[in-house]
Design a binder for this molecule. Structure first.
Ligand code: IMP
Length: 434
């Protein structure tokens, strides 16, 4: 890995990307988010203090690091202000370090309402969204009636016309209550005044940073299986969380991405609806949820838990060109007598080793498991591979073999220090050099 790397999720989100980004950030003067919105929730523990970041890259917790919110992100201005205020209350300086793309689309005051309504209309077929208005904001973007941050800072007449158009589209959908576009306009003008200090042309800023030889970490939100194109559609989010999103969501060329670090949990979780072949419904799932504290950082919803699914991670490795994996929450498996790993699916007598496109196929897929021995000595807080119980080392080696990619980093607890960086990995060589 040379200069800029992308860190992204290889499962259904919540892989622990926040901790990995936080760990790597001292090696990068710039961290840039390329998609999603405040549906994401990165929990980071620093010296025992808990930070939950939704929109601002976790790089903000490191002095001097510049944080970029790209055009591919949808921005809820109120959520951003809340986050900035909270950080500033904790003594974290944000001004002068945060750049928000002038091309980013806004989550408008009624997008949340539309999200909730759309879920209610779907009934049993609901997606299980975070109700943050993410989908409706992206719908407006694709429908070419979205409002971008630059619109708030430009011609007032043009903004008024756009707001009128957008609000009337909303009023056509929600007939019970009529929204006055002038009120929305006033709110947006106030938001624009506060946003102004942070707004910039992200593509220009990053091109200049590359020219000066500054390294950039591209931070993904959600995960590959939640990608609008490559995920378990329709049970996905509305953006490209896979590596292609880096280029479109920040305005950088493919050659600016020099390596991709995929983040995978040592087991699998998902929030929201949709098939999950390795889901455990009984006490085993419950045990993973409790020991992994698998509750959503944004919504507090209990996450569905199951065994590591190598079909899923192999798929993410292919889609994103993952060079190495960061394996997180290994310690959650401590104390289990055996651990299953899904190596393939069985569908109607056929064996599938590639992730199916058709959700109906996925819904009937039965995981083909390989059972590995667990370990009794705790791995929590272990910082070197050799100090792990032999069975835990075997588990990691087996995951590497069936996933087809090296595990460069292992996380053994929630704190920054609870991490193993494998000395023989390309990542370790790179980190030592930078
Ligand atoms: P939305 O992004 O709120 O529209 O939700 C769509 C789907 O993505 C739902 O299944 C959510 O639970 C899921 N989702 C969105 N953001 C995250 C995340 O940060 N972690 C895990 N799942 C997420």
């Amino acid at each position: 890995m040379s200069t800029n790397i992308a860190v992204l999720g290889t499962q259904w989100g919540d892989e622990g990307k926040g901790k990995i980004v936080d760990l790597l950030t001292p090696h990068f003067p710039i961290v840039a988010r390329y998609q999603g919105g405040h549906n994401a929730g990165h929990t980071v523990y620093v010296d025992g203090r808990k930070f939950v970041l939704h929109l601002i890259p976790s790089g903000i917790l490191h002095d001097g690091v510049r944080c970029v919110i790209g055009n591919g992100v949808v921005v809820d201005a109120q959520a951003l202000f809340r986050e900035v205020d909270e950080l500033q209350d904790l003594g974290v300086e944000v001004d002068g370090r945060l750049v928000v793309s002038d091309k980013a689309h806004l989550i408008l005051p009624y997008h949340r309402e539309l999200d909730v309504l759309s879920e209610a209309r779907r009934g049993e077929r609901k997606i299980g969204t975070t109700s943050r208005g993410i989908g409706p904001a992206y719908e407006d973007k694709i429908g070419r009636r979205g409002i971008r941050i630059c619109d708030l800072l430009g011609d007032r007449e043009a903004l008024a016309a756009e707001v009128r158009e957008n609000v009337s589209a909303r009023n056509r959908i929600i007939r019970e209550t009529t929204l006055d576009w002038r009120e929305v306009l006033d709110q947006l003008v106030r938001d624009g005044d506060r946003l102004r200090a942070w707004v910039g042309d992200v593509s220009v800023i990053l091109a200049e940073a590359f020219r000066q030889g500054q390294r950039v970490l591209f931070e993904g939100a959600q995960g590959t299986l939640l990608d609008i194109d490559h995920g378990t559609y329709p049970f996905v989010t509305s953006s490209n969380s896979t590596v292609g999103g880096v280029c479109t969501g920040l305005g950088v060329p493919p050659r600016a991405i020099h390596g991709t670090l995929g983040v995978a949990k040592a087991y699998t979780t998902r929030v929201g609806e949709g098939p999950m072949p390795t889901e455990l419904h009984g006490p085993e799932g419950e045990q993973l949820r409790e020991s992994g504290q698998e509750y959503g950082a944004s919504t507090g919803r209990p996450r569905r838990c199951g065994w590591y699914d190598a079909v899923v991670v192999r798929y993410a490795v292919r889609i994103n060109g993952v060079d190495a994996l960061a394996l997180t929450k290994l310690d959650v498996l401590d104390g289990l007598s055996t651990i299953d790993v899904c190596t393939a699916y069985e569908v109607g007598g056929r064996v599938l080793t590639e992730f199916p496109s058709d959700l109906r196929v996925l819904a009937t897929a039965r995981p083909r498991y390989e059972t590995l021995p667990g370990w009794s000595r705790p791995t929590r807080g272990v910082t070197s591979f050799d100090a792990l119980p032999r069975e835990a080392q075997e588990y990691i080696r087996r995951l590497e073999a069936i996933t087809g990619v090296p595990v460069a980093l292992v996380s053994t607890g929630s704190d920054r220090g609870d991490t193993i960086i494998r000395p023989e990995s390309a990542l370790s060589t790179w980190l030592r050099a930078h």
